[in-house]
Write a protein that binds this ligand. Structure first.
Ligand code: KIV
Length: 275
């Protein structure tokens, strides 16, 4: 069944946990969708895991549209959420609405996600008013990595925790239908989850959140440049891939691949006439 914003609202009310995974291409989206995951996030983490950047800062609107549309073609039921890249919404409310519109029209997003609290509430309200569902993102917001001075757990002091609670209430008030909490202490995330009427989706925020999200290359052991503490590796796909690549190299080298069954036939008399 097609998952929508209502799926998120119903899950918050019923207590059923929401599942979200990232994807950046058609084939992976199709597998995730077929596994019954509620939502696929086309994260700007594609800057790291697909494009090999050190951070998400250089990701463009064109990148997000390109990968969003590919994922949307593979996602039959899952709600596709596409990240708004750095500087596509911070600059003005107008830019935010125009770019969210492009992600929906050209990138086939079912919803967009943007980072920040009270400071981006005018953008959240305007995008929502334009009929585009918004997921907010609080805690460790990677687009602000230069302001944070590194990938650090957020909300640990009393003042920072209060600020996070206020931001969560503010993005809800502005119209966000869900909020991602990244690298937030579990007890604080539990408190925010209890205070909000919209679902919280945690990543490094404990299991009291209404749902969870992971980058798929992290949970499959396919991206090992750095592995955050919150990642659980559910399968060792990275090593399975490496073994398969090495087996292919060996079989090509020793002539066992391709075998006869991998080739196409032609009548012998046709071949004879060519001599
Ligand atoms: O870009 C991304 O993949 C994200 C998740 C880590 C929540 O924002």
């Amino acid at each position: 069944m097609k998952k929508t914003v209502s799926t998120f609202q119903n899950a918050k009310q019923s207590g059923e946990k929401l599942t979200m995974l990232t994807a950046y291409d058609y084939s992976t989206a199709k597998l995730i969708d077929e596994a019954g995951i509620d939502s696929i996030l086309v994260g700007d983490s594609l800057g790291n895991v697909i494009l090999g950047y050190e951070d998400t800062i250089s990701v463009t609107m064109e990148d997000m549209i390109h990968h969003g549309a590919a994922v949307a073609r593979g996602a039959k039921d899952a709600l596709v959420v596409v990240d708004m890249p750095f500087m596509s919404y911070q600059t003005s409310v107008y830019d935010a609405v125009v770019n969210a519109g492009r992600l929906m029209k050209e990138g086939r997003a079912g919803a967009v996600k943007l980072e920040g609290g009270a400071s981006v509430c005018p953008q959240i309200k305007a995008i929502t008013d334009a009929g585009i569902p918004v997921v907010a993102h609080l805690g460790l917001t990677p687009q602000s990595i230069n302001a944070f001075g590194g990938y650090k757990v957020q909300g640990k002091s009393e003042a920072a925790a209060k600020q996070l609670i206020e931001d969560a209430l503010a993005v809800q008030e502005a119209g966000a239908f869900a909020v991602v909490l990244e690298c937030v202490p579990s007890k604080l995330a539990a408190m925010i989850t209890e205070k909000l009427d919209i679902p919280t989706i945690g990543i490094g925020a404990g299991n009291a959140c209404d749902g969870q999200v992971l980058v798929y290359q992290d949970m499959l052991g396919m991206f090992t440049d750095y592995v955050p503490k919150f990642v659980k590796q559910f399968a060792d796909v990275g090593n399975v891939m490496k073994e398969a690549f090495a087996a292919y190299k060996k079989e090509v080298a020793d002539g066992t691949f391709p075998a006869e069954e991998h080739g196409y036939k032609i009548d012998d008399d046709v071949i004879e006439k060519l001599y």
